[in-house]
Design a protein around this ligand. Sequence first.
Ligand SMILES: *[C@@H]1O[C@H](CO)[C@@H](O)[C@H](O)[C@H]1NC(C)=O
Ligand SMILES: *[C@@H]1O[C@H](CO)[C@@H](O)[C@H](O)[C@H]1NC(C)=O
Ligand SMILES: *[C@@H]1O[C@H](CO)[C@@H](O)[C@H](O)[C@H]1NC(C)=O
Ligand SMILES: *[C@@H]1O[C@H](CO)[C@@H](O)[C@H](O)[C@H]1NC(C)=O
Ligand SMILES: *[C@@H]1O[C@H](CO)[C@@H](O)[C@H](O)[C@H]1NC(C)=O
Length: 511
Amino acid sequence: QCVKTIMRLLELVFLILASCWIGESKRRNVLLIIADDAGFETEVYNNSVVHTPHLRSLAQRSLVFNNAFTSVSSCSPSRSTILTGLPQHQNGMYGLHQGVHNFNSFDGVQSLPLLLSQTNIHTGIIGKKHVGPGSVYPFDFSYTEENSSVLQVGRNITRIKLLVRKFFKTHKEERPFFLYVAFHDTHRCGHSQPQYGAFCEKFGNGEMGMGRIPDWTPVYYSPEQVKVPPFVADTPAARADLAAQYTTVSRLDQGIGLVLQELRAAGYDNDTLVIYSSDNGIPFPNGRTNLYHSGIAEPMLLSSPEHRERWGDTSQAYVSLLDITPTILDWFSVPYPSYNLPGNPTTPVHLTGRSLLPALVSEPISWNSAYGSQSLHEVTMYYPTRSIHQGAFHLLHNLHYLMPFPIDQDLYVSPTFQDLLNRTRLGQPTHWFKSLKEYYYRERWELYDTRTDPLETKNLVSDPSYSTVLETLRQSLQKWQWETGDPWVCGPDYVLEDKLEPRCRPLYNGL
Ligand SMILES: *[C@@H]1O[C@H](CO)[C@@H](O)[C@H](O)[C@H]1NC(C)=O
Ligand SMILES: *[C@@H]1O[C@H](CO)[C@@H](O)[C@H](O)[C@H]1NC(C)=O
Ligand SMILES: *[C@@H]1O[C@H](CO)[C@@H](O)[C@H](O)[C@H]1NC(C)=O
Ligand SMILES: *[C@@H]1O[C@H](CO)[C@@H](O)[C@H](O)[C@H]1NC(C)=O
Ligand SMILES: *[C@@H]1O[C@H](CO)[C@@H](O)[C@H](O)[C@H]1NC(C)=O
């Protein structure tokens, strides 16, 4: 009897020790850093002008993706896809969240922060939230534009540093954490805070009336120095605009350095997955709000302390911001629940993105497509487009192509766009790679070979030698739209009738 009891006790002790050991070895956290409207203006992506030493050193401990894409080129919709793994048309965040725009995700969406908090993971957000409703995107710790000034929580890197420190102070060691730091840099400022310069590059620089950000050493660039992206007109106005953007990129970089320093100081360096990316393309014509390559290509770094095999490597795999939620769920071993959303009431939602963790071990061989879905940016900017980027080919479907492409308020007042308008009005050379008219009026289908035509200028859609490519891509795109419950799946020439069995019924509207 006694021996039996001792055996039971030993068994119990062993079980307790084992669970402690597993708990200890499996301590895993996530730090997700999202920049605002940031692009490839960093040393990581071989821009030799702009100084970004902190991103460079993060890249040395990361896998760097050369083909990362957002599925939607607009702030709130993109952030909703990052935090749900569902495209905008599926989660309901069709356009911007704030003010008159008023978009929100469906109440039933099972978002990343919701799923993590249900598994006792400590969640925090610092910076720009820009999604709703609150019940879908709950965070335990939250300093955002909802209860602070977005300049303070999104651009004041000293304030951000102190908030990260505060988050770690409130954090209990035994729980894992998910901390989301959403910088407002490198967003434009001309529309909202013009007194601080086109990119808020003067905010906190210590000059009269600008205040001071104690931890920021501003770096200035001259218009002659900047590298003008091929999709931006090489004009004095655009160069000055880019020089201001670079100064803001430097502040972002120094802010990232401070956040990573706080992570290290708190002792979480060796058990935290760090992800860096941005929400959409840079705020220049052909960039943000477009599903062209220049509007959807994103920087993306994935740094895992547990996977050092490919540190410093560059991956050519096609990855999407839709992959962030599946990656983080995989990292925490949290399963995705079964539930339905309005777009597809009879079939349970499933994530079409994938976990990126396998890429940390070896280069994936068949990750070669990325999907896009845009409906609006501002509430007035209805221009639904769906796209698929597969291998060399990029297909875009502009559903309402007969309307002029809409321009957002923030881009409109930018020096680059004003200069383009002036030059066009005065009949002067624009130095842009397309005319304003071509930019406004698009064809319904656009097909590009991005290997031979990276700027996407030659539409191959009516070239018979590409008809098989066109048909294959169209079918893959349609399949993804049905799979993700896209209400726009039948437009513009059919209407979706979804009673009994969803199908497209013809409109005979001549399209
Ligand atoms: C930057 O250039 C180096 C050297 O040419 C190359 O190895 C690296 O892959 C490039 N990085 C990216 C992100 O393209
Ligand atoms: C913002 O909300 C958090 C709770 O999420 C609270 O701790 C903090 O004090 C609030 N900040 C302000 C400035 O109201
Ligand atoms: C930035 O935040 C710090 C700490 O809260 C504060 O001392 C400083 O005045 C702020 N700077 C600006 C420009 O608001
Ligand atoms: C960090 O983790 C790696 C890999 O798991 C391990 O080899 C290393 O010893 C750890 N370093 C520290 C400081 O704990
Ligand atoms: C565009 O033209 C207007 C009117 O002539 C002028 O006030 C403005 O400064 C010009 N803007 C740029 C960026 O050239």
